[in-house]
Write a protein that binds this ligand. Structure first.
Ligand code: CDV
Length: 311
């Protein structure tokens, strides 16, 4: 019996700073409803899907910064999305900026959650690979201040038994690092959900500006194939507050092939039937880790880095 999961990738166009939360939520719910009409079990929304991507500019006043963060999800300004999911019997993945009171202090994370068809949270992930800088860089066309606004995630890369499979999450820059996929691959992941806000222009490496879409797909298609997993990747794209971001949201099969892809730079939903059993072909043959991986022969990784067991 194939294990078919029908998955929607919900790309978002720009969220202007001036857009109210109810307006943003209405856009998300519209795509959730479309996905339900198309028979989806699960929808993947993007990174920081509730606001404009504020690390692109400097915010000095804490009170203003707080307006981009959510302390309670579901909470008054997100409850409608959870209610819609429960009503439609559809799960979702959502990225948002999180404030958490932990260790007796206010902490900020770039977070995503996996929500079941009953509207209950199944799992939470906090972004580990934060790109950019911890202080503003004068003279740049836009900022990239994730290291200033967020702490490094402290939840690892867990994988959950959900939707009849093994589901994991990563966020944007995580997708460029093979470790993100492999840590979940070692836990048998079958479907990875992620969102991204990726500017077309990289001020630190302008020579790669033409390669943004290529690199986006390169890393995710490799990660999917090398770990025998589906990858579902939703962009926030188009020109948002002066920053042009790539689109091409997609769903990738364990073969490494893109099986659906968005073609606009706005709100767009694409749906694919994902047979999770396809993962088994890869996990039991060419990428049978137990049979073929040889971490004990990879060199003195442990001694050199002190980072624990080699991946
Ligand atoms: N939000 C991100 O993590 N963006 C990075 C950019 C800044 C390089 C990315 O990896 O797409």
């Amino acid at each position: 019996m194939p294990r078919i999961l029908t998955v929607g990738v919900a790309q978002m166009g720009p969220i202007p700073r001036s857009q109210s939360r109810p307006e943003t939520l209405a856009r998300l719910i519209a795509m959730l409803e479309d996905a339900a009409r198309m028979g989806s079990d699960l929808v993947c929304f993007t990174e920081a899907a509730l606001t404009a991507f504020f690390p692109h500019w400097t915010i000095e006043a804490e009170q203003e910064l707080d307006t981009y963060f959510d302390a309670k999800v579901p909470g008054p300004s997100t409850q409608a999305l959870f209610d819609a999911a429960r009503r439609l019997r559809i799960g979702f993945h959502l990225g948002y900026a999180e404030i958490a009171i932990e260790d007796g202090r206010k902490r900020r994370f770039n977070t995503s959650i996996l929500v079941g068809k009953d509207g209950e949270i199944i799992g939470k992930y906090r972004k580990i690979h934060l790109p950019g800088y911890d202080a503003p860089r004068p003279g740049e066309p836009f900022q990239n201040l994730e290291k200033m606004y967020f702490e490094v995630g402290n939840l690892g890369f867990p994988v959950w038994n959900a939707f009849g499979g093994r589901i994991g999450m990563m966020i944007c820059n995580d997708r460029r690092w093979p470790e993100s996929y492999r840590v979940m691959g070692l836990q048998g992941v079958e479907l990875i959900l992620l969102g991204y806000n990726t500017p077309v222009h990289n001020p630190a490496m302008p020579e790669t500006d033409d390669l943004g879409n290529f690199h986006n797909h390169l890393v995710m298609q490799s990660g999917a194939y090398q770990n025998g997993t589906f990858v579902v990747a939703a962009a926030k794209c188009g020109v948002e507050e002066g920053v042009d971001q790539i689109g091409q949201s997609c769903i990738i099969a364990p073969s490494g092939e893109r099986i659906t892809q968005c073609s606009t730079l706005g709100d767009e939903l694409q749906v694919a039937r994902c047979d999770l059993d396809l993962c088994n072909s890869y996990k039991s043959s060419i990428f049978n880790f137990a049979k073929h991986r040889r971490p004990e022969h990879y060199g003195l990784i442990t001694e050199r880095t002190g980072a624990g067991a080699p991946l």
